[in-house]
Design a protein. Structure first.
Length: 451
């Protein structure tokens, strides 16, 4: 119950903040350009709190449902512009009505919401850089026998300093650099005990989308290395019969060092019914156990739930002021490019649309990242803010990008599109966005049911 409340609170805070940033962008630019703003609301539905600006012109609203927001400007709504029952505007109001403004002013207001989302992400990433992140050092803890990495000369203990001349500060940097260089030539700069070493290799193409796999481990055969422990042992299981105890660290299997839970499970699955020599470390003593995995659907199982701990301890990585400023812009640009790439690959089905998450997925992420600390939660906020910015710039009617398309057409033809055309296309836009939201929510529910 407490966990659910924590997740809900983190989600509501995140959504209200990011929508507030977006709508504030529309609001402040409209006000600065002299356009009359009548309402600025965070949330939909019944009002919880409302108050007026000092000039009594703007009504500020906090509404009950914090899953949206809006800025209402005089003359903005299509229905207001074409309502024969509406009172005619005074000359003073016409001068400040949205629909009487030149195209460039209306375009500036439409673009301001997404731009403020990007600006928010830039500032947040700067703050993350200055506060510092706990990161896993880019030290190779495991090299799979016969792998691309081993054949190319990478060794356990190597510290990866650069990938294709790009500075590496954390293991996550290694993975990001590799994902963008699949099926290409890559140069590694490594630090070893005897000095710097350069290694050149080709990263093979993958059948699966690189964004969905661990390229370092699955393709190259390197990882930061893990200590693998027996966390829970089923009664009368092969592991229990062999004498394995909870807390045992599994260090070897058939003379192969164990540095990965996944590789250990894979090896056991491939040797159903065969006796395996498993070396475990127990109270600083090395013990060899002989385990025979039982077959379950043709795959070997020994009845152990495994846990893992990285070989290296996390370290604090913090940037100076100017590096932090640069990081804010660069990281936001990288996340924008990644968002567009993922969206494009979902449309082309290179990435399954089933990976699309809705409000439940975002709420779960909000809760988990909030539990992990301020910096992780800030990075989550920045990423969602970038996604909001990109989504709203899509050329879909009812979104900001759709409004910009309308304005571009108006500029080219010298007059607005007919009201009937705009009404019909906006209905299409509502249907498209509605279907997308329903599909994302369906994916959320399916993930919940599948556990």
């Amino acid at each position: 119950m407490i966990e659910t409340m924590h997740t809900a609170a983190a989600f509501i805070f995140a959504i209200a903040l990011l929508i507030g940033v977006h709508e504030f962008g529309h609001f402040i630019v409209a006000r600065k350009l002299g356009i009359k703003v009548e309402k600025f609301s965070i949330g939909f539905g019944p009002k919880l709190i409302s108050w007026h600006s000092k000039d009594r012109e703007v009504e500020y609203i906090i509404a009950m449902i914090p899953l949206g927001g809006y800025v209402k400007m005089l003359g903005e709504q299509l229905i207001d512009q074409n309502d024969p029952q509406a009172e005619p505007l005074s000359e003073a109001d016409k001068a400040r009505a949205f629909n009487h403004q030149p195209v460039w002013k209306r375009a500036a207001v439409a673009a301001a919401g997404p731009m403020f989302n990007f600006f928010f992400a830039i500032v947040v990433y700067m703050c993350v850089a200055w506060i510092g992140q706990m990161v896993m050092p880019p030290v190779i803890g495991s090299v799979a026998p016969g792998s691309v990495a081993e054949r190319s000369g990478l060794k356990i203990g190597d510290t990866i300093e650069k990938v294709n001349h790009q500075d590496i500060h954390a293991w996550s940097d290694v993975e990001e650099a590799l994902k963008s260089n699949v099926n290409q030539e890559v140069d590694f700069q490594l630090l070893r005990a005897d000095g710097m070493v350069d290694v050149h290799m080709h990263i093979p193409a993958t059948e699966e989308e690189p964004l969905l796999i661990n390229v370092a481990e699955d393709v190259l055969g390197i990882s930061m290395g893990m200590q693998v422990f027996a966390d829970n042992i089923a009664a009368d299981s092969p592991a229990a019969k062999a004498g394995m105890l909870e807390g045992d660290q599994i260090v070897r299997i058939d003379n192969q060092e164990v540095h990965s839970v996944r590789d250990l499970i894979r090896y056991i699955q491939e040797h159903a019914g065969e006796q395996l020599a498993m070396g475990v470390l127990r109270d600083e003593l090395h013990v060899t156990l002989h385990v025979v995995p039982k077959s379950d659907g043709g795959q070997g199982k020994i009845g152990v739930r495994l846990s893992a701990k990285p070989l290296s301890e996390p370290v604090l990585y913090r940037m100076d002021f100017f590096s932090g400023v640069a990081y804010g812009f660069v990281r936001t640009a990288e996340m924008t490019q990644l968002t567009l790439e993922v969206f494009g690959k979902m449309i082309s089905t290179a990435i399954s649309p089933e990976n699309l998450g809705g409000p439940i997925a975002i709420a779960q992420l909000a809760g988990r990242t909030a539990e992990m600390g301020l910096v992780t939660f800030l990075m989550f906020l920045a990423l969602i803010s970038v996604n909001l910015g990109v989504l709203n710039l899509l050329p879909v009617p009812i979104l900001d990008g759709g409004h910009l398309v309308y304005l571009a057409i108006e500029k080219m033809r010298g007059s607005p599109l007919p009201a009937s055309v705009m009404e019909k296309t906006q209905i299409v836009g509502v249907l498209l966005v509605g279907m997308l939201m329903i599909f994302a929510f369906y994916n959320d529910l399916m993930r919940l049911f599948r556990g």
